[in-house]
Write a protein that binds this ligand. Structure first.
Ligand SMILES: [Zn+2]
Length: 247
C-alpha cells in the first residue's frame, strides 16, 4: 500500500498519533526533533522502566509532603513500580501481537453470534492515572467463512476463554474508555477475521466518582464494526443479548 507520509506526518503533528488503515503511527521525540515512527518502533523506544518508576514514586511522595522514611512508605516505591509493571502489561504489545497471542482459532460449520460477558474489568484513565473499576465488557462477533489450507474450512471462531484475556490485555494500558472498546474490537477482528464485531464497556471512573463534582463516574461506550452497523437484524439481536445479560 502506498503511504501518504505527508498526511501521516501532518496528522501525527496534530494529534500525537494517527491510525490509517495501514497501521498506527506516532510522533516520537528523538534528540529533541519530532519524528514519525510506526507502532513497533514506538514501543521499542517507550519501554517500561521499573527503576525509573521507583525513583519517580519517591519524588512524587516527597513532592506531596510525605516523610518517605516512615515505615509505611519505605517499600511503597517498589510496590508502586510492581503495580504499574503488572497493570500496564498490555503496553508492551501491539493489537496485532495481542491478537496473535490469543488466536488459536478453529472452524465450525455454521455462523452463530458469539457473545461473551467479561466481568471484573479494570483499567486506568490516561488523564489522571486513576482506576477505572467494576467494569463489565460485552463482546460479540459474527464468525466469517474461512477457507483453510488443510481442508479445515468453515466459520472461524476463537476459544471463548480467549475473549476475556484479550479484554484484560487491552485494559492493561493507559486508556480512554472510547479507545479501550476500539482496541478490543480491533484485536477480535484481527484474531477472528470477522468484520462484524460489537464491544460495549461499562466502567466506573475513579477520577469522576472520587473528586470534583463527585457525580457518578459510570460510563458506557460502544464500538461496532461498520458492517455490523448495517446489519440491523444481527445488531438488534446482540443488543437484546446485552440487555438480557445486564438485567
Ligand atoms: Zn480520568
Amino acid at each position: 500500500m502506498l503511504l501518504n507520509m505527508s498526511l501521516i506526518e501532518k496528522m501525527c503533528n496534530k494529534l500525537g498519533y494517527y491510525r490509517p488503515a495501514s497501521g498506527k503511527y506516532y510522533l516520537s521525540k528523538e534528540n529533541n526533533i519530532n519524528v514519525v515512527v510506526d507502532e513497533k518502533q514506538f514501543k521499542e523506544v517507550h519501554k517500561f522502566d521499573y527503576n525509573g518508576v521507583k525513583q519517580a514514586t519517591t519524588m512524587l511522595l516527597t513532592a506531596m509532603g510525605q516523610d518517605i522514611s516512615r515505615p509505611g512508605l519505605v517499600e511503597t516505591p517498589r510496590r508502586v513500580a510492581g503495580y504499574w509493571k503488572e497493570l500496564l502489561e498490555g503496553e508492551n504489545y501491539t493489537n496485532q501481537e495481542i491478537a496473535d497471542m490469543f488466536r488459536k482459532d478453529f472452524q465450525v460449520s455454521f455462523d452463530p453470534i458469539v457473545f461473551k460477558e467479561c466481568k471484573n474489568v479494570f483499567s486506568h484513565c490516561e488523564h489522571h492515572l486513576a482506576l477505572m473499576f467494576n467494569g463489565t465488557v460485552y463482546v460479540a462477533y459474527i464468525p466469517t467463512y474461512w477457507n483453510g489450507k488443510d481442508n479445515s474450512d468453515g466459520y472461524r471462531v476463537i476459544g471463548l476463554s480467549k475473549i476475556p484475556r484479550i479484554v484484560d490485555m487491552c485494559s492493561k494500558r493507559l486508556q480512554l474508555q472510547e479507545k479501550l472498546v476500539a482496541d478490543i474490537a480491533e484485536c477480535i477482528e484481527l484474531a477472528t477475521g470477522s468484520t462484524q464485531v460489537y464491544v460495549e464497556a461499562i466502567l466506573d471512573h475513579g477520577c469522576v466518582s472520587a473528586r470534583g463534582a463527585k457525580s457518578s463516574g459510570i460510563t458506557e461506550t460502544t464500538y461496532m464494526s461498520p458492517a455490523l452497523r448495517n446489519n440491523k437484524e444481527a445488531r438488534r439481536e446482540i443488543q437484546n443479548k446485552v440487555i438480557i445479560t445486564k438485567s
